[in-house]
Design a binder for this molecule. Structure first.
Ligand SMILES: [Zn+2]
Length: 401
């Protein structure tokens, strides 16, 4: 070590190297690198890697797995992975359900639970109370599997002020400037609970745990229609945090009034409830209505078929404009759009071809493979990524640095 180096500089180097090593372990994933492989991959000395790994193992972020030959003189080596004994809780409030999931540091969804809950117009306190009861299930599951909960991510269908834990606007919940206390859901968790937008979280879930492409527009289909723009593997939210609001792109100038205060928005034609109504699906729970709609589509019911066809056509118009504006080359469909993809895609693709001919290769319009867990994975994943980017701070908080 250079004696003239100020302590602050030494700290900076260690801070950077801890993150470098942890990020390398995260990126190799299933390959479970040895210390020697990490040294080769990062350019650090084996002694430095061993020291950094010792701290990461002691903090509980990294665990050693199995013995295998790492090549050098046939010596057996320990593989390293993000710990499966540390987890982050993903939570979601939506218009007619609540969901929770336990995600280990390696990004595996170890437990999840969804309950229908009519949250529209309910006071945030009441909804948070219900979510608290559901979160108790995750805590019990974590305890049973001996997984320590480090923190949580809470996704809501609206614009949020993450720093102040305020839901700025969630029109489909009828929430305006509502102060939440998400930390109360996981008292004592060292990383706290981070508030986020549902579509943005689902887009990040797709980026980190889905097909892994670096540039795409994620389309979230719920009661509301949302979007998340991923550019060069980063979420683009815009200066006010509301970029990617695909659901409120106007697709019909004379269209119906929308929850946002505007009219003719995509959501009024392609949101879940808009489709149920146009299809004549009888009232009922979300699960019942979804089941009935899928049954009607399978039976080629003309009204249901037209409702979904129209939703696809309008979605195509919104995507054509978005692709032109943002140079979007890939689209991933989530939520009900994923469920309805077989019936939606033909009109969506012909609409894209009509309004933005040749712009988007049909093979780049795909369905998310994460089904309904994308939002939970993304909400939890943001907290996991923050640890991977700054493990030094986590070690400091754990008094290990
Ligand atoms: Zn709108």
């Amino acid at each position: 070590m250079n004696e003239s180096a100020a302590p602050g500089r030494v700290g900076d180097v260690r801070r950077r190297n801890l993150s470098l090593v942890l990020d390398s372990i995260a990126r190799t994933g299933d390959a479970k690198p040895s210390r020697a492989q990490l040294a080769a991959g990062t350019g650090l000395t084996k002694a430095a890697v061993s020291s950094l790994v010792a701290d990461l193992v002691e903090s509980g972020l990294v665990s050693e797995v199995g013995l295998y030959r790492d090549g050098e003189r046939g010596r057996p080596g320990q593989g390293l992975e993000l710990s499966a004994r540390r987890g982050v809780v993903g939570m979601e409030i939506n218009v007619d359900y609540l969901a929770v999931g336990l995600v280990d540091l390696g990004g595996n969804l170890r437990f999840h639970s969804t309950v229908e809950s009519r949250n529209r117009g309910l006071a945030p306190d009441k909804v948070m109370e219900r979510l608290g009861a559901l979160t108790a299930e995750v805590k019990a599951a974590a305890a049973a599997e001996n997984i320590a909960i480090l923190g949580g991510g809470l996704a809501v269908p609206g614009l949020v002020d993450e720093q102040r834990n305020v839901v700025v606007s969630a029109p489909n919940l009828h929430w305006e400037r509502e102060q939440l206390n998400p930390q109360s859901l996981l008292e004592g968790a060292p990383l706290g609970v981070r508030l986020s937008n549902e579509a943005n979280s689902a887009a990040l879930g797709e980026l980190w745990y889905g097909a892994g492409q670096p540039d795409f527009l994620y389309v979230s289909g719920e009661v509301g229609v949302g979007g998340g723009v991923i550019i060069a593997s980063e979420l683009y939210t815009g200066p006010g945090g509301s970029a990617g609001e695909l659901g409120h792109i106007v697709v019909h100038p004379e269209g119906p009034a929308c929850s946002c205060g505007g009219s003719g928005c995509l959501e009024t034609f392609a949101g879940q409830e808009a489709i149920f109504e146009a299809a004549g699906t009888p009232a009922g729970s979300l699960g019942e209505r979804t089941h009935l709609l899928l049954g009607a589509l399978a039976a080629e019911d003309p009204r249901a078929t037209k409702a979904v066809h129209d939703a696809g056509r309008y979605l195509g118009i919104a995507l054509a404009s978005s692709a032109r504006l943002m140079d979007i080359e890939a689209v991933v469909l989530g939520g009900h759009f994923a469920l309805l993809a077989d019936w939606l895609k033909p009109s969506l693709l012909s609409s894209l071809e009509r309004y933005a001919p040749g712009l988007l290769d049909p093979s780049r319009l795909t369905v998310s493979g994460l089904e309904h867990s994308g939002t939970l994975l993304g909400a939890a994943g943001q907290v996991i990524r923050s640890v991977i980017e700054s493990p030094f701070e986590f070690l400091l908080a754990s008094k290990l640095a």
